[in-house]
Structure formats: C-alpha cells, structure tokens
Design a protein around this ligand. Structure first.
Ligand code: TXA
Ligand code: MG
Length: 322
C-alpha cells in the first residue's frame, strides 16, 4: 500500500465515491465528510484496517470507535436494538446521534472498535456523500474524527489534509460540515439512557423523546466513555474561557453582537449570537486563531442551552490541563 504521497483531495462526485469505496474494501483508510465533522474511515470488519486508524491518529486503544451505517436496518445486523433505540433512530437518523448498544453475538465488527467493551457505537450520518459512500462500500465503516488524537476536529477537507494527509488513500471533499460539532453519544446499554458526549442533537431534544437522561460524569467515578476524560479538541495555544476581553498577546474568540474593541486577532463565532452558526464555526475559528507568536486564546461566554452545551463541552476540554 503506497501512502507515502500526500493524499489527493477529491471533489466527492460519483466516480470519486466509487474509488473511495474500493479503497475501503481493500483495507485502506479514506477521509470523508459527514454533517458533523470529517471522519477517518476504515472497513470496520477488517482488524488491520481498524488498527491503522488508531495508528494514524495516535489514538489510545482503549478509546472505542463509532461504526457508520446507512440506516437502522443495517445497524440491527450488528447490535441489539430495543424500542427506545428504534424510536430514536426513526426520529433523529440519519443525523448527529450515536447510539451505544450491546453487540450482537457473532457481530462481524472488529473487537478493536469496541475497545474491550461488549457494546458498539453506531450512527447513520446524514451527509449525502457519507450516505453514498456507505452504500457503495456495503460494509460498516469505523470512523473517528479525522484529526490526530487530542487535537481539534476537522470541518473541511483542507483541515484533514493538514492533520492526516500522508496517512489516507483519499480525502473526499464534500465542502465544510454543516453542523461542525461531533454527534451526541447516548448509551442505551443500561436502564436509564446516559449522555456520554453532548453533540449535534441536543439534550433537550433527546429528553423530549426519552425523559430525563443520566449525565455520565466526566471527572471522577467510573469511566463511562473512554473519550470523556482526556484533554481534547485542543489547539496548541492555551484557552481562557468566560473572558470579557482579550489580555495583551491574546487572540479573541468572540460570540454575539457586543464585542470589546480589540487590536489583536479576533474571530466571532456568531455576530448575531446564533448557536448553530457558532457550532459550525467553532473548530475552524479555533484553528485559525491558533497562531505562533500569540500567548493564548480568550473565549467569550456562550450560553449553556441547546447546542451551547456541546460547544461549551468542547471548549472546556480544549482548555483542560494537557
Ligand atoms: O460526529 C461524530 O461522531 C464523528 C463523525 C466522524 O461521525 N465521529 C467521532 O468519533 O466524533 P470519535 O472517535 O472522535 O468519538 C467517538 C466517541 C468517543 O468519545 C468514544 O469514547 C465514544 O464515542 N464511544 C465509541 N464507542 C463507544 C462505546 N462502545 N461505549 C462508549 N463510548 C463509545
Ligand atoms: Mg474525535
């Protein structure tokens, strides 16, 4: 397998999607767009291909992967779904919701995807390129976000090329991700559903369907989702949250119409204070402000409602001690 050259970014037309599907079936890695962030995909039934994902990202082996499928019927060949899972899939799939469910006996997905757990995370992405790729591949596709482990998730094909361009056979370019934040991860293996990671489908929307959710505690207590503990989504510069203004040497990541006067670099997540716009801009703005010569990034407060919960979750992890 020759992956020494930088992968070409392919506009995601029918021909490129067929070529990408052939790469996946041959055990190679392909980066592809979803509505949340770009994924680093591999055939989930191929141990060596899945191992190559961990290797390319520098991801710890105890952190399991999400398996992507076109729909619930395909997911049900791998996991045991109950009525709650079916209702959620009917309401939110394809979309930014990942369901953690018990693996079926004889499930052909590599055990590496489950990282030693007896569960499997499944998601049907909404992006038409992701859908077309999954259908053309005809296999479950394991895909974490297409960044090096611990770093900011990619929301454009160019971000992927910066992060992992020398590690993938191809990068399918489907434009910037509409949502810009990863999926919500919901654990349905126990009695009461547990929110493992806030994301594109809000807690409010899930609770309207399910009743109150258990919130998996990221700090202290047993580790409910291996991805929860780490410092994550981190730019190279330190982040200072809930900032009213930028200190000397800091860039400002602003939110809303009232921005302090500033001479340093400044980007506004949403001048009108719209949380969906802020989510879509979050990772690209963090990347753009992460420049040498600055001391840090000051981040203005973001409301904790709706998508704001997931935005603040990412910001807190990006600001966590490394
Ligand atoms: O939006 C997304 O979810 C993107 C796109 C590409 O689909 N993918 C993504 O994957 O964000 P990743 O690997 O960056 O995050 C997966 C999260 C991690 O926090 C992981 O620990 C958790 O899902 N996870 C995966 N399988 C799990 C399982 N069986 N039990 C508990 N948590 C699981
Ligand atoms: Mg990730």
């Amino acid at each position: 397998m020759d992956e020494t050259a930088r992968a070409t970014i392919l506009p995601a037309d029918e021909r490129a999607i067929r070529a990408a599907a052939a790469h996946l079936r041959a055990g190679r890695l392909v980066a592809f767009p979803t509505e949340t962030v770009y994924g680093l995909g591999a055939d989930a039934t191929d141990d060596r291909a899945v191992a190559a994902i961990f290797e390319a990202k520098g991801r710890p082996r105890f952190n399991p992967l999400i398996v992507h499928l076109p729909d619930m019927a395909a997911a049900e060949t791998l996991v045991r779904a109950d009525d709650r899972a079916r209702a959620l899939a009917a309401r939110f799939w394809p979309g930014a919701l990942t369901l953690v469910l018990p693996r079926r006996e004889g499930c052909p997905v590599s055990l590496l995807c489950s990282a030693g757990l007896d569960s499997l995370a499944v998601r049907a992405p909404a992006h038409p390129v992701a859908q077309a790729l999954l259908r053309a591949t005809g296999r479950p596709v394991a895909a974490p976000s297409a960044n090096r482990s611990g770093r900011v998730s990619p929301t454009t094909a160019a971000h992927v090329a910066e992060e992992l361009g020398d590690r993938v056979a191809a990068i399918l370019d489907g434009g910037p991700c509409a949502l810009g934040l990863e999926s919500t991860v919901l654990d349905l293996t126990g009695g009461q559903p547990a929110l493992l990671r806030p994301g594109g489908v809000t807690r409010e929307a899930l609770e309207a369907e399910l009743g109150p959710l258990r919130h998996a505690e990221p700090r202290g207590g047993p580790l409910p989702s291996p991805g929860l503990l780490e410092s994550h989504y981190a730019p190279a510069l330190p982040l200072r949250l809930e900032a009213a203004e930028a200190a000397p040497g800091e860039a400002l990541l602003a939110f809303g119409p009232e921005v302090p006067p500033i001479t340093a670099p400044m980007l506004n997540l949403s001048p009108s204070g719209d949380l969906a716009e802020a989510a879509a801009n979050l990772f690209a703005h963090l990347r753009a402000l992460d420049r040498p010569g600055l001391r840090g990034i000051a981040v203005m407060p973001i409301p904790e409602t709706g998508l704001g919960a997931a935005i603040n979750d990412r910001l807190r992890r990006a600001a966590a001690p490394r």
